[in-house]
Design a protein around this ligand. Structure first.
Ligand code: FAD
Length: 307
């Protein structure tokens, strides 16, 4: 049933069952807060004492819970829980041609090191994306893998944006107060297109990353050389938002995948991803070296895939 509860101090809590009802609530209460797993909002309200007057739990809205395998990729509702997503990734990896699921495999590996089971059972894909934490483990991968975000407004109009364009600043995303994230489209990878995840934390299990990353490269054979046709290197934990290394990308696209590319790209990366000496989080030298070593590892891994 749809639920509508009132709490202490005028707090309102809704649980709509239809997208239409959710959009009506969003239009009536533009400052309302959507909830799925409540693993972010719960902390904000209890520990950071943030006040939200209207909460809308969207766990029961079917359109936000879709998980569909399509010809060109995977459609993932914004309220899908990480455990469900992981199950789906594991399934498609066994069922689809290996070259199509390079991104899925990267997500599987990254989700392994994401929180504990209890959090993954309730935490949603959309909650992670919309929180836009600079240290989100998944946002660099959505960006790198060329995912698209479908956004719906109060009137039901849907627009689409690339994940790469969605993050605007510290916990700031390309959503107006009347808009919500509806779903994510993750395209299959092509032959010779490779996606890889990276995360370095103090502990392996259930820890916040110091630096993380998602990287993709698409190689095409030209004149008996493997040339970078497209690429994206996205880092977390180095800036107020998940950050694409744009200069490095521009440099490697069109170049042959070789030791020379590696050496030069490492030089450019140092000017592309800049951590100031007083950057929040500390350990600046270590984190700088991680940004380089992730790309080094990526280079070796891709080269190995090509053997
Ligand atoms: P909620 O708290 O329900 O919502 C979060 C925000 O997203 C809210 O502002 C909400 O309004 C908004 N929102 C939700 N759905 C939509 C939508 N459809 N459209 C628009 N806005 C929406 N994160 C990591 O990246 N890596 C980790 O390893 C990790 N470990 C964690 C460990 C613990 C113990 C905890 C408490 C958190 C951890 N997190 C981690 C962060 C957090 O769990 C994730 O960001 C999680 O995916 C949030 O999902 P949720 O459904 O609980 O979000």
């Amino acid at each position: 049933n749809p639920l509508n509860l009132s709490g202490f101090g005028g707090l309102k809590w809704y649980r709509p069952l239809k997208l239409q009802h959710l959009l009506e609530l969003k239009s009536k209460y533009p400052d309302s807060k959507l909830l799925v797993g409540n693993t972010e909002v719960g902390i904000e309200m209890r520990l950071k004492r943030m006040q939200y007057q209207v909460l809308i739990s969207v766990t029961h809205v079917p359109e936000l819970n879709v998980l569909n395998v399509k010809d060109d990729g995977l459609e993932i509702g914004a309220a899908v829980r990480l455990t469900e997503l992981l199950k789906m990734f594991r399934k498609v990896v066994t069922e689809r041609p290996a070259h199509e699921t390079s991104s899925c495999k990267a997500f599987i590996e990254q989700i392994k090191w994401f929180a504990g089971t209890q959090i993954k059972n309730v935490a949603s894909v959309g909650g992670n994306i919309c929180t836009a934490s600079p240290i989100s483990d998944l946002n660099p991968l959505w960006m790198a893998s060329g995912a698209k975000f479908h956004i719906v407004d109060c009137k039901g109009n849907i627009r689409t944006t690339m994940a790469e364009e969605f993050f605007l600043g510290y916990r700031k995303v390309d959503l107006t107060s009347g808009e919500i994230l509806l779903s994510i489209f993750l395209p299959w990878t092509r032959p010779f297109e490779f996606v890889k995840e990276f995360k370095q934390a103090h502990r392996r299990d259930d820890d916040i990353a110091l630096v993380n990353a998602g990287m993709r490269v698409y190689l095409e054979e030209k004149d008996e050389e493997w040339v970078v046709s497209d690429a994206l290197l996205v880092y977390g934990g180095v800036a107020p938002l998940s950050l694409s290394a744009k200069k490095t990308k521009t440099f490697i696209v069109g170049k042959s995948w070789s030791q020379e590319l590696l050496q030069n790209a490492l030089k450019i990366l140092q000017t592309d991803i800049i951590l100031k000496e007083d950057a929040p989080g500390g350990m600046v030298d270590f984190r700088k070296s991680l940004t380089l070593s992730f790309f080094f590892k990526f280079f070796l891994w891709v080269s190995h895939q090509m053997e």
